[in-house]
Design a protein around this ligand. Structure first.
Ligand code: ADP
Ligand code: MG
Length: 246
């Protein structure tokens, strides 16, 4: 028994779509400052699990708690929850008609009620943090995929979330742009941000993650420190999968 409440507790979560069991009795916890990498084959339920954590989708059974939020309770205040959970997606969904700066200030103004000046200051700080201090006035169409994804990260950071979720943040990028995004993510990890990251970037996992979990057909097949999971997987499916992504 642990003597403290974890930041995130996922307990016996199951979910099906029609006849398909997409999540099957998934349980894990994260403490503040943990960086958990989630790997697994396409269709194994990784995105669904992230979507359950910020209540973009409902679980069928089980429970999720994030700090004081009872995520899976019917009466949950989803707006309050989503102020505390940031999400960075694979497809970089910036507003194309807004500058990098405006993409970041928007949520600060509308969700957090910042004044124009305060929003500008906070957004500038976050864009500088991801190395885009010189692109404040650029439109998404003028940025590379890696830069756009970094704007997405700055936008999530600006909300000062307790937990950041990443769903394959680099898988839509050209290979030469992956490193600039994983470098920013590794910086955040080193700075103490709590992050749950779906990625197949083993280098990032080794450098930045406190642990890795391997999802297979909706179940956690294996969990452990990244180095141990990569060097010495106990589960055959984990081993096969890791061979394919290396
Ligand atoms: P992953 O992210 O690991 O690739 P997903 O969580 O996206 O996996 O999907 C897991 C399974 O659930 C897949 O078989 C997928 O087709 C199915 N699925 C995901 N979302 C839906 C949905 N909204 N409706 C029906 N089936 C879905
Ligand atoms: Mg997915």
């Amino acid at each position: 028994m642990s003597d403290h409440e974890p930041l995130l507790a996922v307990e016996s979560v199951s979910k099906r779509y029609g006849d398909e069991r997409v999540l099957n009795d998934v349980s894990f916890t994260m403490d503040r400052g943990d960086v958990t990498v989630m790997m697994g084959p396409s269709g194994s339920g990784k995105s669904t699990l992230l979507r359950c954590v910020n209540r973009l989708t409902d679980v069928d059974s089980g429970e999720i708690r994030l700090g004081d939020h009872r995520v899976t309770d019917p009466g949950i205040d989803v707006d309050a929850l989503r102020r505390d959970v940031g999400m960075v997606f694979q497809d970089i969904n910036l507003f194309t008609h807004l500058t990098a700066l405006k993409n970041v200030t928007l949520g600060l103004r509308e969700v957090r009620g910042f004044s124009k000046d305060d929003a500008r200051e906070a957004a500038t700080e976050q864009l500088e943090r991801v190395g885009l201090g010189d692109q404040l006035d650029s439109y998404p169409g003028e940025l590379s995929g890696g830069q756009k994804q970094r704007v997405g990260i700055a936008r999530a950071l600006a909300m000062e979330p307790d937990l950041l979720l990443f769903d394959e943040p680099t898988s839509a990028l050209d290979p030469e742009l992956v490193g600039e995004v994983t470098a920013v993510m590794a910086d955040l990890a080193a700075g103490g941000m709590t992050m749950l990251v779906v990625t197949h970037e083993k280098g990032f996992a080794r450098e930045a993650a406190t642990d890795a979990l391997f999802l297979d057909a909706g179940s956690i097949a294996e969990r452990g420190p990244p180095a141990q999971l990569f060097e010495n997987p106990e589960n055959e499916r984990t081993a096969e999968f890791l061979d394919r992504v290396s």
